[in-house]
Design a protein around this ligand. Structure first.
Ligand code: NAP
Length: 252
């Protein structure tokens, strides 16, 4: 069999698809042939247009992922659309910045709820359906360099993304034999809303840039290839990895 990155006939769910990395991943999956359910709390208009321009089809699902309310609905609305759900990209995430010594319970809980709790229960709902149907599928979690490193001033973010790496490995171990691949991508420093505060600080911006072997901030499109790989048959024997896409940051 030739190696295949083709997603024709597959349906993907991407959370936080309205902007940034989620938007770029949605477009990349559509370019590879997938129908894409765009999930989030903001208007998906920009991503709908980009997916359509890439020759793909999308469905927008309104969902605030800070609670578990939308979890079952996301799966059922997707399946009502195309009759299937093959790929889940857990991309939505938030970050709160403050010194650990001052960090609030509210900032701890908000980040853990979106970045970890909802990811787990959405993955569970997705996998339950696949297992009931006796089908395989793909889960791609969007982790971070903070899945490997400590960072500063982002305690709940580091805890959530380090937890997500562990969760990726656990789910891979439980579900690999069911034909479900669970993997993660660890983006380096990409130009999105998430990193605006860093880019706006001249000292932090220069320090970050000087450490990236590739010499530039990642552009969201530069994440698409890894997402397509982990969503496609080409990665069928890949389970439980956290794949850095970071311009060489972790190799430094
Ligand atoms: P972003 O532009 O801030 O996008 C975050 C996405 O998550 C947005 O679509 C946002 O929706 C969505 N989201 C947040 N809270 C939500 C909620 N309660 N319900 C529904 N959607 C919610 O940042 P990004 O860089 O693209 O981030 C995407 C993922 O990559 C995140 O998990 C982030 O931690 C991770 N990441 C980013 C970088 C980087 O350098 N940019 C590096 C490592 C990891 P709204 O627009 O409505 O807020």
């Amino acid at each position: 069999m030739p190696i295949s990155f083709d997603l024709t006939g597959k349906t993907a769910i991407v959370t936080g698809a309205n902007t940034g990395l989620g938007q770029a991943i949605s477009v990349a999956l559509a370019q590879a042939g997938a129908d894409v359910a765009l999930v989030g709390r903001s208007s998906m208009a920009e991503t709908e247009t980009a997916v359509s321009a890439a020759g793909g089809r999308s469905l927008s699902i309104q969902a605030d992922l800070s609670s578990l309310e939308p979890v079952d609905r996301i799966i059922s609305e997707t399946v009502a659309w195309t009759g299937r759900a093959d790929i889940l990209v857990n991309n939505a995430g938030i970050i709160r910045r403050a010194d650990a010594i001052d960090f609030s319970e509210a900032d701890w809980d908000a980040v853990m709820d979106v970045n970890l709790k909802t990811v787990f229960f959405l993955s569970q709902a997705f996998a339950r359906r696949l297992i009931t149907e006796g089908k395989g599928g793909k889960i791609v979690n969007i982790a971070s360099l903070l899945s490997f490193q400590g960072g500063i001033r982002i305690p709940s973010y580091t805890a959530s993304k380090s937890g997500l790496a562990g969760l990726t490995r656990l789910l891979a171990c439980e579900w690999a034999a069911k034909g479900i691949n669970v993997n993660a991508i660890a983006p380096g420093y990409f130009t999105t809303n998430n990193t605006e505060a860093l880019r706006d600080d001249p000292d932090r911006n220069a320090a970050i840039l000087s450490r990236i072997p590739a010499g530039h901030w990642g552009q969201p499109e530069e994440l698409g290839g890894a997402a397509v790989f982990l969503a496609s048959p080409a990665s069928d024997y890949v389970h439980g990895v956290v794949l850095p896409v970071d311009g060489g940051w972790l190799a430094r």
